[in-house]
Design a protein around this ligand. Structure first.
Ligand code: MN
Length: 276
């Protein structure tokens, strides 16, 4: 298992931050140890996939989920994208369950966990899909709106809470409708809630249509902010999220469908924006 994670870290080395796919891409939000939901998704979908982070903690099958996602990556390196979430962090894993889960499941848990942390470090923290969608776990960094600048710090490369403020915000920020620009986040220092004017500036400046992110639990498994330009996906009904109806999204050339995992039917369709 240690070897498996070492190989996985190598597979993530040099991951591009700009990706294109001519086929539809399935986008999966926070899984938090929910192997059942991941398996349901995989029984319905074959093809390119992007994961928005938070594979572990809270649910009790974090190890299985992380291993499965990395296996998909290894099998299909150019069609599977594995982003980092704020729970891909030792500080979080100590507190929210993943380290405890490993201690129970794996005799060599310390060495295994060291290998897993090396994988976290290699995970990119954002990507642009088809020049159309900005994929990230948390959100837009409020003071750095140029994708060019963001791409320079797109790999957090720091083990615990990334010290780079851009990386930290991409992993932790949330959208808000309360203010137009931004305000401090209750999640902690250095983290912000970004308003609609930040989203509009960011998307227009970079010629992107949508921000697709995870990070926030909602019972319906998704929510829309900022005039439907920010889409939140939540794909876990494990542990504390038992009442969630997990959602994923499918991005094609001309639209974005939000899909209910249990029924595998679209609950919302967003058309490509032409007014860019
Ligand atoms: Mn999160």
């Amino acid at each position: 298992m240690i070897e498996f994670f070492k190989e996985a870290a190598k597979a993530l080395e040099g991951e591009p931050i700009v990706a294109a796919s001519s086929d539809a891409v399935l986008i999966v939000g926070d899984l938090h140890g929910d192997l059942d939901t991941l398996n349901k998704v995989l029984s319905k979908w074959e093809g390119p996939m992007a994961f928005l982070g938070d594979y572990v903690d809270r649910g009790d099958k974090g190890l299985e989920v992380l291993a499965k996602v990395l296996e998909l990556k290894a099998e299909n390196p150019r069609e599977v994208f594995v982003l980092r979430g704020n729970h891909e962090s030792p500080m979080m894993n100590m507190e929210y369950g993943f380290v405890g889960e490993l201690r129970q499941k794996v005799p060599e848990w310390r060495a295994t966990y060291r290998a897993i942390v090396e994988v976290y470090v290699k995970m990119p923290i954002g990507m642009i899909l088809n020049k159309e969608h900005f994929l990230v776990h948390g959100g837009i960094p409020i003071d750095t709106l140029h994708v060019q600048r963001i791409s320079e710090s797109i790999r957090a490369d720091m083990l615990e809470t990334p010290e780079d403020p851009i990386a930290l915000q991409m992993l932790w920020n949330d959208p808000t409708e309360t203010v137009a620009d931004y305000m401090p986040s209750p999640r902690g220092p250095g983290i912000f809630l970004f308003g609609r004017s930040i989203t509009d500036k960011f998307l227009d400046l970079n010629g992107i249509s949508y921000v697709i992110r995870g990070h926030e639990y909602t019972v319906s498994g998704f929510k829309l902010n900022h005039g439907n330009r920010v889409i939140t996906l939540f794909s876990s009904s494990a542990g504390p999220y038992r009442s969630c109806r997990p959602k994923v999204a499918v991005a094609t050339d001309d639209r974005l469908d939000i899909i209910d995992v249990d029924s595998w039917s679209p609950v919302m369709r967003l058309q490509k924006r032409e007014n860019r």
